[in-house]
Write a protein that binds this ligand. Structure first.
Ligand SMILES: Cc1cc2nc3c(=O)[nH]c(=O)nc-3n(C[C@H](O)[C@H](O)[C@H](O)COP(=O)(O)O)c2cc1C
Ligand code: SF4
Length: 494
């Protein structure tokens, strides 16, 4: 037993066994008998809590380079409302090269555009995630040539160690570019933003899991490393206010974007938000038109998104789900003739190639995944990220628990998950006669709406025509009414 225990402690492959030698092996025993227990007593494999076993197993298999093939046909009920599929073609083509699945981000005012992968690591801060998790994510991003969003906790030494591309997120706490009174410090921003590893700047307006909610990192949790990374003092609570102090109107937001672009040396600057009151986003678009300052990108986060911790009501009942938010942002930009100058990213429970295809069909140019990459790091969905007791070392600052996560091993899994997912996407698109994700549209996706009817996404959803909002003849009364009351000089109603 002692020898097995020592072996478990030393082996780099299984996180659980490193932290819980011998007893951790019970997990595999229970995993083994789980299907039977579930089948007879509990729920099915597609119950989402918030990710189903089927979704998690897919990520684990792709991360480990194992086959994700299934025997005997689908277990989904294809006659149940909400079932979705892609219409394949009778003229499939050879799969496109996933290396070409990239999108150019950066409009005319941008001097250092970025060619991003269509699948990137969504914002998660050092603080919410462990040092080892950040190291593994960034190394995986470096290996696979995709981007790693820092989250609002700023750029830590762990983000820098492997040199993977970074999207630096600036939240309302301005961590990493914060003045002594908690405001925005342009000089501190410039110093970090001009670093070549930083490829884009993302202003965080809101996050789907807790939109309109600030955050407090209690003094007790602030290690010296976190204090240095965020530029906050030790011994005091670290507060992210609910709203930004650098701007208070849509016009001022555009001016802030222009300032960040200039200070960063012309890198792409955009913002991330979960859509809430629709006139506010339309006000921002009016501000774009009034000021002539455009963000290079907008990232739409969905209410179904994740977080380290948030009040239950915020997670469950605030903010628009990703698909509706994405469609709204896409339509508003199309309706004002700005869509081809602004890229759109989206995040919200994206783990499979189909999820990417469906999100692109509704208007996204690229997607971000947070929890998908956490599963690749070994997350077992124990739902205890807020306790600092993550059993696999992903979401904890406890050094003992963190040793469960062996960086090179998990970096390889992050890389594999990205690569194998894009490979699956290439094959899925090829079956539909397409060789690049940019070709997929709402007419390729189908949803069952009743026992006897299915509809194309293009039939189900409202799509505005180019410039329709400006012409005064918008066919959608919703879009027209909201556009009429939106203001560029205030987030309030007209
Ligand atoms: C542990 C954790 C920490 C997060 N931290 C941030 C953050 O600092 N900033 C942010 O904009 N979003 C944050 N998010 C939200 C994610 O970036 C993402 O938008 C959301 O989870 C939806 O993606 P998913 O469904 O793939 O997880 C966090 C999510 C998780 C799970
Ligand atoms: S294993 Fe649990 S605590 Fe750790 S990251 Fe996953 S859900 Fe959070």
């Amino acid at each position: 037993m002692a020898l097995i225990g020592l072996f478990d402690l030393a082996q780099p492959v299984h996180s659980i066994r490193r932290n819980y030698p011998i007893i951790g092996r019970m997990r595999w025993f229970f995993e083994d008998i789980r299907p039977e227990i579930r089948q007879y007593l509990i729920e099915d494999d597609y119950e989402q809590l918030p990710f189903s076993r089927s979704q998690r197993s897919l990520v684990y298999a792709r991360s480990k380079n194992e086959s994700s093939e299934r025997a005997f046909g689908t277990q989904l009920d294809v006659y149940e409302s909400g079932y979705e599929f892609i219409g394949h073609s009778n003229r499939p083509v050879p799969p496109g090269d996933p290396a070409t699945f990239r999108v150019d981000i950066g409009g005319g005012d941008c001097r250092q555009p970025y060619r991003a992968s269509i699948l990137n690591i969504s914002a998660m801060s050092f603080g919410a995630l462990s040092a080892n998790a950040i190291l593994a994510l960034n190394q995986g991003a470096k290996l696979g040539g995709f981007a790693h969003d820092t989250g609002e906790g700023s750029i830590s030494p762990h983000h820098r160690h492997h040199g993977g591309d970074l999207i630096w997120e600036i939240g309302s706490g301005y961590f990493g570019c914060r003045s002594a009174d908690g405001g925005f410090d342009p000089r501190a921003f410039e110093e970090k933003a001009t670093d070549p590893q930083v490829r884009m700047i993302e202003i965080k307006l809101s996050q789907g899991a807790k939109p309109g909610h600030g955050g407090i990192l209690p003094a007790s949790k602030i290690t010296e490393e976190i204090a240095q990374t965020r530029g906050v003092p030790m011994g005091q609570d670290c507060v992210s206010p609910a709203r930004h102090s650098a701007f208070s109107t849509p016009n001022e937001l555009m001016a802030f974007i222009a300032e960040l672009r200039q200070l960063s040396g012309g890198k792409p600057v955009g913002f991330k938000l979960c859509i809430g009151q629709p006139w506010e986003f339309m006000g921002m678009v009016k501000a774009m038109m009034d000021t002539g300052i455009l963000p290079d990108f907008v990232v739409v986060d969905g209410a179904e998104g994740g977080t380290g911790a948030s009040p239950l009501e915020f997670s469950d009942h605030l903010g628009m789900p990703m698909r509706e938010g994405l469609l709204f942002v896409h339509n508003t930009l199309v309706g004002t003739g700005l869509r081809d100058r602004i890229r759109i990213g989206a995040a919200g429970k994206i783990v499979s190639a189909f999820d990417i295809a469906a999100t692109r069909a509704l208007g996204a140019d690229w997607v971000n995944a947070a929890r998908g990459f956490m599963f690749a790091l070994g997350c077992i969905q124990s739902l205890s990220c807020n306790t600092n007791r993550c059993p696999v070392g992903v979401a904890t600052q406890d050094p003992l628990l963190q040793r469960a996560l062996v960086v090179p091993e998990k970096a390889e899994r992050v890389f594999n998950f990205h690569r194998n997912t894009l490979h699956a996407l290439a094959e899925m698109l090829a079956a539909a006669g397409l060789d690049h994700p940019s070709q997929i549209g709402p007419h390729h996706l189908v949803r069952r709406v009743s026992q006897t009817e299915v509809r194309l996404f293009s039939q189900l959803h409202t799509f505005l025509a180019e410039g329709e909002l400006l012409s005064g003849s918008c066919h959608s009364s919703f879009y027209k009414n909201v556009w009429d009351i939106a203001r560029a000089d205030s987030f309030e109603l007209l």
